[in-house]
Design a protein around this ligand. Structure first.
Ligand code: SAH
Ligand code: SF4
Ligand code: F3S
Length: 447
C-alpha cells in the first residue's frame, strides 16, 4: 500500500508550533509521512488560534479552500481527511459543525493526544459527521504524547499550559484552561531527548511560563528559577529562553537567573500591554506601569546587557488620548528592542467585549500606527548599534537566496549570511555588517 501523507498548517503562538510538532510525531507514529503540499496530503490539519478576530476568521476561509481541494482529489479517487485542532475548536465547537460540516474531526488544544483513536475512527468511516472533542480532560496530554522524533538546533519545550490571570480581553483562559505545570523530571527528560537529537537552544513555553510550579522527584513544588538552574546543567545545551512571562510573577529568584546562568539569553519578552494604570486595571492586569518599570530596573541590574520585548494593545475600551500617551511614555522609557502591537479585538465571552466605551476603529488604527512607528524606531536604533560587533548566531534555516542561511542572535534578531549548509543547526560567530528594522546581515568571522 502506498504511504499516506499529512499536511499541518499552524496559526498563532509558539505553543501552537510546539503542539503541531507533537501532532506531526503522532501522525508519523501512525505511519503517515509529511506531504510536500496540501494537495498531496491524505490528511490536512489546521492548528488554529482564537486570540483575535482576524486569526479565527482566517481558519474558516482556509477550510473552504481545503474542501475544494478535497473535492478535486475525490475526482482522482483519493480520500482526504480534514481536521481542526487548537484554540478555535475549544471556543467555537458549535460554529465549526455549522459553518464547516465537511470537517471530519475537531479537537481542542488539551485533547489532541487522542488523535490516533479519532483518526482511526474516521479512517474506518465509523463516524457520521464531525467528531468533536473539546473536553478539559482529567488526564494530562503530556503523559500520552510521543517524544519528538527529530529536533532542529532550536527547540520548543512546553512546561506549563493555561492561564489563571483572566485579563478581561483575552480568550486564553477559556481555550487552554486553568494553569497546569509539568513535573520537573518530565521536563528534564524531554530536554535530554531534544539535546540528543541536536537541540542547542531550548525555549521553555507556557501561556504564563513564569508561574511554573512543577513537582520535583520528591513531590516538592518548584518554580521556574529552579527548573532553569537544573536545565543549565545539561551537557550540550548552549542557549536557554522562556516565554511568555507575566510581570507580576517575575520574582527575585527568577530575576537572579539572568545574573547567574550564562546560557540564559539576555533577552526577555515581558508583555506590559499598556502604560496607563487606569487601563491596566480595566484589563485586570495585576501590575501598574510603575511596577513594570521597577522589574526592568532589577533585570538590568542583574544583567546590564538584557534587551526587552513586549506586547501592546491599543484601543482597549475606555482608552483616551491621555491613556494612549502613557503607553508611548513607557516605550520611551524602556526602549524595547522588539515588540508586537495589536488593535484591541472584541472577543465574545470576555468581559471587555461588553464594556460600554468601545474605541472607534479609526482611532485604533491611528494609535497603532503611531505606536508602531515609535517601536520600530527603537528596534532600528538597537539593530544599527549592533553593526561592527561580533555575535553568536544559531542558524535555523536556508535563506531565500541560494547559499544564504538565516539564524538568530542572542537577542532574537534575524540575521542572514552567505554560508554553506554545513553551518545549519550550529552556533557560529558572525561579524555584523548591516542592519534594517527587521533583520541583520553579516559575514562569517575570519572571512
Ligand atoms: N500568554 C501570553 C500571550 C497571550 S496572547 C501573554 O500573557 O502575554 C499574545 C498577545 O496577544 C497578548 O500579549 C496581547 O497583547 C494580545 N491579545 C490578547 N487578546 C487580545 C485581544 N482581544 N485583542 C488584541 N490583542 C490581544
Ligand atoms: Fe491572556 Fe492575560 Fe493570560 Fe496572557 S496573562 S494569556 S493576556 S489572560
Ligand atoms: Fe492563539 Fe491559543 Fe496561542 S488563542 S495565541 S493559539 S494559546
Amino acid at each position: 500500500m502506498q504511504k499516506k501523507h499529512y499536511y499541518i498548517k499552524t496559526f498563532g503562538c509558539q505553543m501552537n508550533v510546539y503542539d503541531s510538532e507533537r501532532i506531526a510525531a503522532i501522525l508519523q507514529n501512525m505511519g503517515f509521512a509529511p506531504a510536500s503540499s496540501q494537495a498531496q496530503a491524505d490528511i490536512v490539519i489546521f492548528n488554529t488560534c482564537h486570540i483575535r478576530e482576524k486569526a479565527a476568521e482566517k481558519v474558516f476561509s482556509d477550510l473552504g479552500r481545503a474542501e475544494l481541494i478535497k473535492q478535486e482529489r475525490a475526482l482522482d479517487g483519493k480520500d482526504t481527511i480534514i481536521g481542526i485542532t487548537g484554540c478555535v475548536v475549544q471556543a467555537e465547537d458549535e460554529q465549526i459543525a455549522k459553518r464547516a460540516p465537511y470537517v471530519d474531526f475537531a479537537t481542542g488544544p488539551l485533547t489532541y493526544h487522542r488523535l490516533p483513536e479519532i483518526i482511526t475512527k474516521v479512517l474506518r468511516k465509523k463516524s457520521a459527521g464531525t467528531i468533536i472533542d473539546t473536553e478539559f480532560p482529567a488526564e494530562s496530554k503530556f503523559d500520552y504524547l510521543p517524544q519528538a522524533n527529530s529536533s532542529s538546533g532550536c527547540a520548543f519545550l512546553a512546561i506549563q499550559e493555561g492561564c489563571n490571570n483572566f485579563c478581561t480581553y483575552c480568550v486564553v483562559p477559556y481555550t487552554r484552561g486553568i494553569e497546569t505545570s509539568r513535573p520537573v523530571e518530565e521536563v528534564i527528560k524531554e530536554a535530554r531527548n531534544l539535546i540528543s537529537k541536536g537541540a542547542l537552544e531550548i525555549n521553555l513555553l507556557g501561556q504564563n511560563v513564569n508561574s511554573y510550579h512543577g513537582e520535583d522527584a520528591g513531590g516538592k513544588e518548584r518554580g521556574l528559577a529552579y527548573l532553569l538552574n537544573k536545565l543549565a546543567e545539561l551537557d550540550g545545551l548552549k542557549r536557554l529562553r522562556y516565554t511568555t512571562s507575566y510581570p507580576a510573577d517575575m520574582d527575585d529568584e527568577l530575576i537572579n537567573c539572568h545574573r547567574d546562568i550564562p546560557i540564559l539569553m539576555p533577552f526577555l519578552h515581558l508583555p506590559v500591554q499598556a502604560g496607563s494604570d487606569k487601563i491596566l486595571k480595566a484589563m485586570n492586569r495585576r501590575h501598574t506601569a510603575g511596577d513594570y518599570l521597577r522589574i526592568i530596573e532589577k533585570l538590568k541590574k542583574a544583567n546590564p546587557k538584557i534587551g526587552m520585548s513586549s506586547d501592546f494593545i491599543v484601543g482597549f475600551p475606555g482608552e483616551t488620548d491621555k491613556d494612549f500617551q502613557a503607553t508611548l511614555d513607557i516605550v520611551n522609557q524602556v526602549k524595547f528592542i522588539q515588540a508586537f502591537s495589536f488593535k484591541y479585538s472584541r472577543r465574545a465571552g470576555t468581559p471587555a467585549a461588553v464594556m460600554p466605551e468601545q474605541v472607534e476603529e479609526k482611532v485604533k488604527k491611528e494609535r497603532l500606527e503611531t505606536l508602531q512607528n515609535l517601536l520600530f524606531s527603537y528596534q532600528s536604533k538597537f539593530n544599527d548599534s549592533c553593526v561592527g560587533k561580533t555575535t553568536s548566531v544559531l542558524f535555523e534555516s536556508k535563506g531565500r537566496h541560494k547559499g544564504q542561511l538565516i539564524g538568530r542572535t542572542p537577542y532574537m534578531q534575524n540575521l542572514h549570511v552567505e554560508a554553506g549548509k554545513e553551518f545549519l543547526n550550529k552556533i557560529v560567530d558572525i561579524k555584523i555588517t548591516g542592519a534594517t528594522t527587521n533583520s541583520l546581515s553579516g559575514i562569517l568571522k575570519g572571512e
